[in-house]
Design a protein around this ligand. Structure first.
Ligand SMILES: Nc1c(NC[C@H](O)[C@H](O)[C@H](O)CO)[nH]c(=O)[nH]c1=O
Ligand SMILES: CC(=O)[C@@H](O)COP(=O)(O)O
Length: 135
């Protein structure tokens, strides 16, 4: 199967861990990796890849840190809505692992620890890619 990953470079060490976990889980499949500057830039790249019709699923990886202002919530809401819209409009599974974190511990646990969202996202991509399409 063929998958694309769109990963943010913001909080890069955590995003790299998400990508590595997904790559390990998707071994043996065809993988394309695209980096974007921040999570806000993820949806456009996901859309560009999804509309090629070449991928069984597109995975979105980012880490949004809750700061002092509402910036993080604004990004997360926009990204979440956009990813759902792209998935439905392009009829391509989109996996949402743009994480919302408050602490180093939360970030580490979800990217490198036992709650690996990279692995979780990859498993979700494999599962949805095998669902019947158009029946
Ligand atoms: N604060 C975080 C950002 N901010 C950057 C935006 O995503 C975007 O690149 C900028 O506003 C230019 O359009 N991005 C994250 O992924 N995580 C954050 O915590
Ligand atoms: C700097 C960040 O990661 C981002 O969430 C914004 O933080 P702030 O709201 O303190 O500007």
């Amino acid at each position: 199967m063929r998958f694309a990953i769109v990963a943010s470079s913001y909080h890069k060490e955590y995003c790299d861990a998400l990508v590595s976990a997904a790559e390990a889980e998707l071994q043996g499949h065809d993988l394309t990796l695209c980096r974007v500057p921040g999570s806000f830039e993820i949806p456009l790249q996901v859309k560009r890849l999804a509309r090629t019709g070449q991928y069984n699923a597109v995975l979105a990886f980012g880490v949004v840190w809750q700061g002092e202002t509402a910036h993080a919530q604004e990004i997360l809401r926009a990204v979440t809505d956009a990813l759902m819209r792209i998935s439905l409009e392009e009829d391509v599974p989109v996996i949402h692992e743009v994480l919302s974190v408050k602490t180093e511990a939360e970030a580490w646990e979800r990217t490198s620890g036992t709650l690996s969202r990279g692995k979780e996202g990859a498993r979700a991509a494999l599962a949805v890619a095998e669902l019947p399409n158009g029946i």
